[in-house]
Write a protein that binds this ligand. Structure first.
Ligand code: AMP
Length: 265
């Protein structure tokens, strides 16, 4: 029997279900973990108000016959737990302090720690993550390569609302008006990728995309950039080939991220 693990923080939406569907194709049994991981939230972030909808999540997963694994904080982090130290030293060799890591110090140390614990507890053959969290999936790919070579990593494309907004558990925080403003993120990425298909300067295309986000009322840009998928560092003007565009912004008080894969010609 093979096991596919789909780690989530619950408040499930269609994007999570895409991961479950892919997991079903790849293994005999699917385990969906639901755990709002305290170690990946900063002190001033939304850990306390993060949506917790366990019963609705169970109902959404029911038709898939997936096993729901919703451990307590004590189960995941038992007393005397010491994985942090080793994760921290490994994380310091990886791009964990740029982009998401710059605004959310220690975020990735928390993500990598919980992922290691879930791998230990569930012992999966396959793990399924979303491309939406591009830097997270980059780091988990490195972690698996170096520490869990027996596990297959499967990455699923971002599921979007019909108007392009990337689905996210945090979208439920948005007012109707903020939701409209939030569309600027996916539009900026798509327009930038279209511009880069013709001979445009990469720097100019990025600057334009940033300006389009900054022009939107109620939206405060954190970062928008294009990174080399091999090392998650910003591309330079000479870079050609497949690359990953990433954006993060606050829409009102809600922090949203988005990403697309593009090609620089
Ligand atoms: P979260 O519960 O937000 O921590 O996400 C759990 C998993 O679902 C992660 O691997 C995410 O990348 C993935 N995910 C979140 N939103 C989407 C989406 N819109 N489309 C596909 N995967 C997603």
């Amino acid at each position: 029997m093979t096991i596919a693990l789909v780690p989530t923080m619950g408040a499930l939406h269609e994007g999570h279900l895409d991961l479950v569907r892919r997991a079903q194709e790849l293994a005999d049994d699917v385990v969906v973990s639901i755990f709002v991981n305290p170690t990946q939230f900063g002190a001033n972030e939304d850990f306390d108000k993060y949506p917790r909808t366990l019963e609705a999540d169970r109902a959404m997963l029911e038709p898939f016959g997936a096993t729901v694994f919703a451990p307590s904080v004590d189960e995941v982090y038992p007393e005397g737990f010491d994985l942090f130290a080793s994760i921290r030293s490994w994380a310091s060799t990886q791009p964990t302090t740029t982009f998401e890591g710059a605004t959310r110090p220690e975020h990735f140390e928390g993500v990598l720690t919980v992922v290691c614990r879930l791998f230990e507890m569930v012992q999966p053959d396959v793990v399924v993550f979303g491309q939406k969290d591009a830097q997270q999936v980059f780091l988990i790919g490195k972690l698996i390569e170096q520490a869990f070579p027996q596990i297959r990593l499967e990455v699923v494309p971002t599921n979007r609302e019909p108007d392009g907004l990337a689905r996210s558990s945090r979208n439920r925080y948005l007012s109707a008006e903020e939701r409209t403003h939030a569309l600027v993120l996916s539009r900026a990425l798509i327009n930038m990728s279209l511009r880069l298909m013709s001979a445009t300067s990469t720097g100019e295309a990025i600057a334009e995309a940033r300006a389009s986000v900054e022009a939107e009322p109620e939206v405060r840009l954190d970062y928008l950039d294009i990174v080399d998928p091999h090392d998650f560092t910003p591309v330079n003007e000479q870079f050609r080939g497949p690359a990953t565009a990433v954006v993060a912004a606050w829409v009102g008080s809600t922090r949203l991220i988005d990403t697309i894969n593009l090609v620089i010609n």
